[in-house]
Design a protein around this ligand. Structure first.
Ligand code: ADP
Ligand code: MG
Length: 698
């Protein structure tokens, strides 16, 4: 058995393999393309293709695929084998630079939000050489972007790469102003903490709702949930431990830096965090991680649930997006430096983020908006739907001191006079265990905590990168033209802190008073649901910023709007139809059967003891009969709303009907069905209870 360092990345065509398989000339030229964005020459592409194919075939691969991330939010692949007939009737394995660089999947069934007319249905995929190719299921997977023939992005990766480029461009301008000239590029890094549930496959298979929608649509909370906090960081059960070991192995072979694993708050809930990587690579890796989690779970007779809210009454799952900005020389621009000058630079980048988050609260909020995530945000288990920033006491005190031009009293109680060149040196604030903040500064990075567990991290990072690029551009424009750099810098930091003070909140985000203060006093947005948030995407200020930064075209934004809302509507519609089906065909017959059991018992008792009162049975029969009618009524109401909903063509209108009519009717139906569950014999109940689901993995 080989050791981890020996097999780590063994299925990745990484730098080590390239160095070993490419000539020096080709390798150096290719490196320039990857690191510095130099154009890729045809001969280099051809040589890389041959090396890639030889390496892949030697590792058992028979096929290749352009691996991409369409707007469905999951990854897509279409496999082609390497074989080519040879004149002797046999085959050879072949792969060209052309095939590596560009693919033309017949992808007409992917959502395009009107971007691609049927006559140009094909779209094309283009290689992203900055993310390594890898082998999965005997297939060489080549990370690619996916575009229409008109050049419009049909995927999540293209805008992500554009947003990284926008931020790179502006950050380099700022660094130059600080006299930093050795930096070639600035990139954002992300470490996404991934939460998930594991349940036994046997109970999963008995739940139509889990199979069809990924979450339970019915179910009473069990007598024991998460209240004892005995699962969080608890001893990992052997079956889960063996799943985790297997998962780590697979991820490590794919070069994914799986690092931390532990039990989460809810029973059956766990978390995995990798070591952070450059954002586009981290995005690819997170997509792969989710896929492999599900595959490995299956092998262990379990199902991995990535839905944001698989069970009512216990915590749902999210994904914390740890984000920082770093130079190719290895400097994290969100780390307060050792000298005042570095400090000023740090404060400017900090300001850029604060300004971006306040100016584009709506974009950040809508970047995580899905039907699933709507169940978590604001439900006292995840941050509220209101965006604010946790800065920690020390940084907040510095900020307030700068705003009011008063001396700052540092941690050592020394008074420090503030000025652009003598900004204080402060300690890294390690005190953040405030899990209620949607956007927290945690020492040298920001943790965006609103993402849902099944979200692609691309969307959140696109908005984050783009809006920070916008702040930096405004700063660079002003500073480059300033008469006196230091004064201009100081004024700008001060102005940002005072203009955007409202977005800073270090208190408890779950507190109702905060929501009142945030919305009423501070004027922050509270976009509670997807239909509340999404229309903001097309607000002029947002369209202007995203197009100015070159991240999206207007047509691309419109398509994202359509597709995201359409996905929201379809998701809930499927859930509602599943509820109707389960209520009519499973729950009602089960309760009726139990009614018959009780009635028969009653009759049998009277046959033996004619004077018996059967008080218990009569009471139960009355309750069950009432519930049967209530379930029938609630189902009928939901059915008629669904009929009405079907007649609506406009997606915006449809999403409002889903939010205001369908979802409340689903809640009503659930309440009566869950009540019926509490009074029906467990053996009569048509599917496994929460207790069986949440404690199914022994
Ligand atoms: P927590 O205590 O918040 O649960 P974890 O260890 O689970 O912390 O996850 C922290 C994540 O933050 C990891 O993925 C880690 O790699 C990532 N991280 C650490 N430093 C940085 C950084 N500078 N930039 C981006 N991500 C970072
Ligand atoms: Mg964690």
């Amino acid at each position: 058995m080989s050791t981890v360092p020996e097999y780590f990345g063994s299925l990745v065509f990484d730098d080590r393999v390239m160095k070993a398989t490419l000539s020096d000339e080709i390798y150096n030229s290719f490196k320039k393309t990857i690191d510095e964005g130099e154009p890729l020459h045809t001969n280099v592409a051809n040589s890389v293709a041959v090396a890639m194919k030889d390496w892949a075939v030697a590792h058992g691969a028979t096929h290749f695929t352009h691996w991409f991330q369409p707007l469905t939010g999951v990854t897509a692949e279409k496999h082609d084998s390497f074989i080519r007939p040879s004149p002797d009737g046999r085959v050879i394995m072949e792969f060209s630079g052309k095939e590596l660089i560009k693919g033309e999947p017949d992808a007409s069934s992917f959502p395009s939000g009107g971007l691609r007319a049927t006559f140009e249905a094909r779209g094309y995929t283009a290689w992203d050489p900055s993310s390594y190719a890898f082998i999965k299921d005997k297939t060489l997977c080549i990370p690619t972007a996916f575009c229409s023939y008109g050049g419009e992005a049909l995927d999540k990766k293209t805008p992500l790469l554009r947003s990284m480029e926008a931020l790179n461009k502006q950050a380099l301008r700022i660094l130059k102003l600080f006299g930093v000239t050795d930096v070639k590029n600035v990139r954002t890094s992300v470490g996404p903490e991934q939460e998930y549930f594991l349940i036994d496959e046997k109970v999963y298979e008995q739940r139509k709702d889990l199979i069809l929608t990924g979450r339970t649509l019915f179910g009473m909370k069990p007598p024991k949930g998460q209240e004892l906090s005995d699962h969080y960081f608890g001893v990992i059960k052997p079956r889960v431990a063996s799943f985790m070991a297997d998962l780590n192995d697979e991820l490590w072979k794919l070069g994914i830096l799986a690092k931390t694993q532990h039990n989460e708050v809810a029973p059956a809930q766990h978390e995995l965090a990798p070591i952070y990587a450059t954002t586009n690579v981290a995005t690819d890796h997170n997509q792969l991680t989710m896929e492999i989690m599900q595959k490995v779970a299956k092998r262990h007779g379990m199902v991995c649930l990535l839905h944001e809210k698989p069970f009512a009454g216990v915590n749902g799952s999210g994904k914390h997006n740890n984000w920082s900005i770093a130079t190719n020389t290895g400097v994290n621009l969100l780390t307060p430096g050792d000298t005042p000058y570095e400090n000023a630079q740090f404060l400017l980048f900090l300001c850029a983020v604060i300004k971006a988050v306040d100016d584009y609260q709506d974009l950040l909020r809508l970047s995580v908006a899905t039907a699933g995530n709507d169940h978590r945000l604001g439900a006292n288990e995840a941050p509220p739907a209101v965006i604010s920033i946790f800065l920690g006491d020390e940084l907040t005190a510095i900020m307030d001191a700068i705003v009011s031009d008063t001396p700052y009293v540092g941690a050592e109680k020394t008074v420090i006079k503030l000025g652009a060149s003598v900004l204080p040196k402060f300690n890294r604030d390690n005190t953040d265990r405030n899990r209620t903040s949607p956007f927290a500064f945690t020492g040298n990075k920001f943790e965006f905590r609103m993402l849902g567990s099944s979200n692609s991290i691309a969307c959140a990072n696109i908005m984050l990168n783009a809006s920070v690029a916008e702040s930096l551009e405004i700063y660079a424009d002003r500073l480059e033209n300033a008469e006196e750099f230091e004064t201009a810098l100081h004024d700008m930091i001060k102005k940002t802190f005072s203009d955007h003070r409202r977005i800073i909140f270090n208190g408890n985000g779950y507190d109702d008073n905060w929501i009142k203060e945030a919305t009423e006093k501070r004027g922050l947005l509270n976009l509670r649901t997807t239909p509340d948030a999404l229309p903001r995407l097309l607000d002029k200020k947002n369209v202007d910023m995203l197009t100015r930064q070159g991240v999206y075209s207007v047509a691309e934004l419109k398509s994202r709007y359509e597709i995201t809302l359409d996905n929201y509507c379809k998701t809930v519609n499927i859930e509602a139809l599943t509820m109707v089906d389960m209520a009519r065909r499973d729950i009602l017959p089960a309760v009726e059967a139990y009614v018959r059991d009780i009635a028969e018992t009653c009759q049998a008792k009277i046959a033996v003891l004619p004077d018996v009162s059967c008080q218990y049975e009569r009471g139960l029969l009355a309750t069950l009969s009432r519930l049967v009618s209530e379930i029938d009524v609630a189902t009928t109401k939901l059915e008629s709303s669904l009929v009405k909903y079907k007649t609506i063509d406009d997606v915006t209108e449809a999403s409002v009907v889903i939010r205001d009519d369908i979802l409340p009717k689903m809640t009503e139906l659930r309440i009566v069905c869950d009540e019926a569950e509490t009074v029906t014999a467990e053996e009569r109940w048509p599917f496994p209870t929460y207790e069986k689901l949440l404690f199914s993995v022994k």
